[in-house]
Ligand binder design. Structure first.
Ligand SMILES: Cc1cc2nc3c(=O)[nH]c(=O)nc-3n(C[C@H](O)[C@H](O)[C@H](O)COP(=O)(O)O)c2cc1C
Length: 173
């Protein structure tokens, strides 16, 4: 079974989660930044990790998600400044689902990712301010230990990784 993790990450938040997901896959696996990523059609399991820009997956990930329409086992992973489980986070994930429509999406996970101060300052100076800005202060320190743990559970629930046997560690190596 061939497995692929593809990620887009400007500041490193999404890359960390993508690497954590990768570390829990067993068997034949590859990880790649979205630029130059292989054709997803050549893999049995694909994890696409993206960040939110303008309320949607970042533009490189949008292009890649469109190529994922035939994937038999697709897991979507994202980070955003908006609060976890907020309407903003749901709308962005829905957009990703739409872009990859036709794929068998077995699971999704998203959490906050710390927003750099210069990005916060630029957003604060916009008129109107972007709706995600009000939550962005609470993104500080994310992704955190709990986010990594919840990602692990989501990957298990989706059947992308195996549930650890009694006595085995669940956390990422
Ligand atoms: C240019 C820019 C635009 C952003 N737009 C949004 C947005 O629309 N919604 C949101 O929730 N977060 C937004 N964010 C926050 C990022 O999605 C968040 O910090 C994410 O974790 C960045 O991931 P990365 O560190 O992997 O690049 C934006 C950040 C940047 C730099």
């Amino acid at each position: 079974m061939k497995q692929l993790v593809v990620y887009s990450s400007k500041g490193g938040n999404t890359r960390k989660l993508a690497e954590a997901a990768f570390s829990r896959l067993s068997g034949e696996k590859e990880i790649s930044p979205v630029a130059g990523a292989p054709d997803p059609g050549d893999y049995d399991v694909v994890v696409v990790a993206f960040w939110y820009q303008g309320g949607q997956p970042d533009s490189d990930s949008q292009q890649y998600l469109k190529k994922c329409k035939g994937v038999r086992k697709l897991f979507l992973l994202a980070t955003h400044g908006a609060a976890k489980d907020s309407d903003i986070s749901r709308l962005g994930m829905n957009k990703a689902r739409e872009l990859a429509s036709g794929a068998n999406i077995v699971g999704t996970f998203s959490c906050q990712g710390e927003v750099p101060q210069n990005v916060l300052d630029a957003a604060a100076n916009k008129d109107p301010q972007p709706p995600w800005l009000k939550d962005a202060a609470t993104a500080t320190g994310h992704p955190d230990r709990e986010d990594f743990y919840e990602l692990s559970l989501a990957l298990e629930k989706a059947g992308v990784v195996e549930v650890p046997k009694p006595g085995e560690k669940r956390m990422f190596s």
